[in-house]
Design a protein around this ligand. Structure first.
Ligand code: GTP
Ligand code: MG
Length: 197
């Protein structure tokens, strides 16, 4: 799929205020700093479209981007950011839970996982929750340029093995690098295959 046009629409903390749910929607979620915003910029080929930072906790709201006037990409704040208060954490959980449950046009959640690490409890729990609620998702491994491809494969295999303990059917997975623009065709191909309405 070619991205001819990508633009920022809105930032919201309330799902009711998000753009009308009339187009297929793909949301990016994962731990703070995993590379959600960077991946959106890589996919759309626009460096500053989503705000990125080396400090975790950069994205704070539900950000909608309109792609080719045909589908939405959504950048979400990350979870597992140690430096925030209990209050802020509860606010995050409320916002995300409302969002996940109340977007009828949510075609797929892209769960981003850092390919440098072995399976993390917070990520496994989050995917478990998506499964329980019947929210469709795929696994997207990020930052594959940070280590050798064999190391990346090892971590991916470990994740899949861990998932197999509780899932009959494994979700699709993609390996990406925003830095080296890897995984772009595969992810956009997935969107093209799934966003016919
Ligand atoms: P929050 O909004 O804070 O939840 O973070 P995020 O998940 O949106 O992460 P962001 O895209 O802001 O990236 C975090 C840091 O990781 C930045 O310093 C990026 O440059 C870096 N980064 C992201 N993706 C890659 C990648 O594929 N390779 C490398 N080497 N660095 C990356
Ligand atoms: Mg971000």
């Amino acid at each position: 799929m070619l991205i001819q046009d990508a633009r920022f629409l809105t930032s919201n903390s309330r799902v009711e205020e998000c753009p009308a749910p009339t187009l297929p929607e793909y949301a990016f979620i994962g731990r703070s700093n995993v590379g959600k915003s960077s991946l959106i910029n890589m996919l759309t080929n626009q460096k500053g479209l989503a705000k990125t930072s080396s400090q975790p906790g950069k994205t704070q709201l539900i950000n909608h981007f309109l792609i080719n006037e045909a589908w939405y990409l959504v950048d979400l704040p990350g979870y597992g950011y140690a430096k925030i208060s209990k209050d802020a954490r509860a606010k995050w959980a409320r916002m995300i839970n409302f969002y996940l449950r109340q977007r009828p046009n949510l075609t797929c959640v892209m769960v981003l996982l850092d390919s440098r690490h072995a399976p993390q409890a917070a990520d496994l729990e989050f995917m478990e929750q998506l499964g329980t609620e019947g929210v469709p998702f795929v696994m997207v491994f990020t930052k594959a340029d940070k280590q050798s491809s064999s190391r990346t494969s090892q971590n991916v295999v470990q994740y899949l093995e861990k998932m197999r303990e509780t899932w009959d059917e494994l979700p699709l997975h993609f390996v990406t690098s925003a830095e080296e623009k890897n995984g772009r065709d595969e992810l956009l191909g997935f969107v093209a295959d799934t966003n016919q309405r």
